[in-house]
Design a protein around this ligand. Structure first.
Ligand code: SF4
Length: 586
């Protein structure tokens, strides 16, 4: 399973629909005349089904198309996620119409557009970007476009992963939107596309709040040390210096959600993972502040949309969808949750919150979820041991999870997905695995005791995700555990629970997590790896990759070290994060 950064980590589990690859039965899709002002191709570098379940992507599409002077069309990775042969150009007589790098609305290639906007929610999707841009006739790498001497579309990146650390996306993008994208995208379009290679135009872009222009910065590296040369490691990054006229640091955009202008309804499509529901955003950020969580730390303030606005979005989709997916990292913390959920149930609809915090579960929440038809709920203990959980900043005792499960089970919800992190820094294998196994044993017993009473047995599935350090979090300096160690921990948890009735284990691939760390923590030297990506994969034995991984992923960084995302001003102060990091090891 993909490691989701936040939205689905505590997801109330629905029944994803899979297999669709096209825009069948879309509602609220927009088709605009090609002659309209600025033409934007919005790229989601993964499957249609995944992109169309991403609310951020859908909101930007709706927002751009709401402008009378712009049109927005969509591009996805074609088919099932595997790269296809590059498309032939128009009029080549191909009997097999090309789709890669072309919009699903008009079938035009990316090169026909003024702006190519890439939505990056997940680091690993970066690996699909070169093939999509190339297939659409746009040289993927910023440097190559500049060297071509030709004019190309302005390439802009945004989305959660790009926004956390804009340097990796900056190898493709002329500009990266950092933080809330609404105002920055509007201002970019107001300004209009221009020659990305022109220093004057780049400076103008960099004056837009929340826009990082990577071409306006020069990285400085330390001399390569003998150790680096012997191991193939990368010299340390010393600084990312602004060129004249560019700001020293770019402030992350943090908008007042109450002031955002409403957007038209987002597209509803049956061919998506969450196709049976309308998706509506309730809030951004989380008051929880767990030490590994970028969703909480990127912008450490919990911001809520007003109830009226959320209700209006529910109403807009109501004639077509009566199942409402409420989206946010902390939906139960959104204060009007219960009021709106009751309203929706009274009107004959159902509610599916994207996240459920165990410490907020009570009889009313359980009833809302049960009446909405949920039979499985996901909770995120993260660690099996309460002391370790508290050390990573999640001060929720074991008993809270057990009690929440009992409350839910009494209302008929007897299956659970439990999310755990594996390979937390400095935590011995025995402690981590033993804690998870103990926790699961008690959890199962407590649920089964209630389930027997209600006459329905369920399944407890442990979802194991390797710990990956994230920028702007207290654990950003940590080293990742080696792949073999992660595999061993997974196997030991599996061995402890597989033979137990009603228990399952689901684990993500350690290599995918390593790649996630590499793509999320790198500076622009990640271009070397991305140039070697094939079919959305990073070849494990690519030249130079082992040294890069040793420098970026499998190394604890020093407190005084310059980190690539320090070019962004946002989140908690570095000193405060470092104090929490050091406290983790005490
Ligand atoms: S801070 Fe903790 S509770 Fe909040 S979204 Fe992140 S992991 Fe979940």
């Amino acid at each position: 399973m993909r490691h989701r950064i936040h939205e689905a980590q505590h997801l109330v589990v629905g029944r994803p629909r899979r297999g669709g690859a096209g825009p069948a039965n879309e509602i609220f899709a927009v088709r605009k005349d090609w002659g309209v002002g600025i033409r934007v191709a919005l790229v989601y570098p993964n499957r249609y089904a995944a992109g169309m379940s991403n609310l951020g992507f859908l909101l930007i599409y709706a927002r751009i198309n709401a402008r009378p002077d712009a049109l927005c069309e969509r591009v996805f990775l074609s088919g099932d996620g595997r790269r296809r042969a590059p498309p032939r150009g128009p009029g080549t007589g191909s009997g097999n119409p090309p789709t890669e790098g072309r919009t699903i609305e008009s079938g035009r290639p990316l090169s026909s557009f003024d702006v190519v906007a890439v939505s990056l929610s997940y680091e690993n999707d970066l690996l699909n970007v070169p093939a999509i841009l190339a297939a659409g006739g746009v040289p993927p790498f910023r440097e190559d476009r500049a060297a071509s001497g030709r004019r190309h579309p302005l390439v802009v990146a945004g989305g959660f992963a790009a926004s956390l650390n804009p340097e990796p996306a900056g190898v493709f993008a002329d500009a990266v939107v950092v933080g809330d994208g609404e105002r920055a995208v509007d201002l970019l379009l107001d300004h209009g596309p221009g020659p990305a290679g022109d220093p004057g135009y780049r400076r103008e872009l960099s004056a837009i709040p929340g826009v990082y222009v990577p071409g306006g910065y020069r990285p400085e590296y330390a001399e390569s040390s003998p150790t680096d040369r012997a191991s193939g490691g990368l010299p340390a990054l010393r600084a990312i210096e602004p060129l004249p006229g560019f700001p020293a640091r770019v402030a992350r955009e943090v908008l007042d959600l109450r002031s955002l202008s409403p957007v038209p309804p987002v597209i509803l499509s049956e061919e998506t993972e969450l196709g049976s529901m309308s998706l509506v955003e309730t809030s951004r950020g989380c008051p929880g502040m767990c030490g590994f969580c970028a969703a909480a730390h990127a912008c450490p303030s919990f911001r809520e949309f007003p109830l009226d606005r959320v209700r209006a979005a529910v109403d807009a989709a109501w004639p077509h969808r009566k199942k409402v997916g409420l989206i946010g990292a902390a939906v139960l913390d959104w204060r009007p949750f219960r009021e709106l959920a009751r309203e929706i149930l009274c009107r004959g609809g159902t509610v599916s919150p994207a996240s459920v915090r165990a410490d907020l579960v009570d009889e009313e929440i359980a009833e809302i979820l049960a009446r909405s038809g949920h039979r499985t709920v996901a909770l995120a203990p993260e660690c099996g041991d309460a002391r370790l959980r508290a050390r990573v900043g999640k001060r929720v005792p074991d008993e809270t999870f057990f009690s929440a499960a009992e409350v839910l089970a009494r209302s008929g919800i007897v299956s659970f997905k439990l999310y755990f992190l594996l390979g937390l820094p400095g935590v011995p294998r025995k402690e981590e695995v033993g804690g998870i196994a103990r926790f699961l044993g008690i959890f199962r017993e407590r649920v089964l005791a209630v389930a027997r009473g209600v006459g329905r047995m369920g399944i407890v599935t442990s979802v194991l995700s390797p710990f990956v350090p994230k920028p702007f979090t207290p654990l950003q300096w940590a080293s990742m555990s080696p792949e073999e160690e992660l595999k061993s921990r997974e196997e030991e948890v599996g061995a402890a629970v597989r033979a137990v009735p009603n228990m399952r284990v689901s684990a993500s691939t350690p290599w995918d997590a390593v790649v996630q760390g590499y793509l999320g923590l790198s500076d622009r030297r990640v271009a070397a790896g991305l140039r070697m990506a094939r079919s959305g994969k990073l070849p494990r034995f690519a030249p130079g990759l082992a040294g890069a991984l040793a420098s970026i992923v499998f190394r604890e960084k020093g407190g005084g070290e310059f980190l690539p995302w320090e070019v962004i001003d946002g989140g908690l102060r570095k000193g405060a994060l470092r104090a929490r990091y050091e406290a983790f090891f005490r």
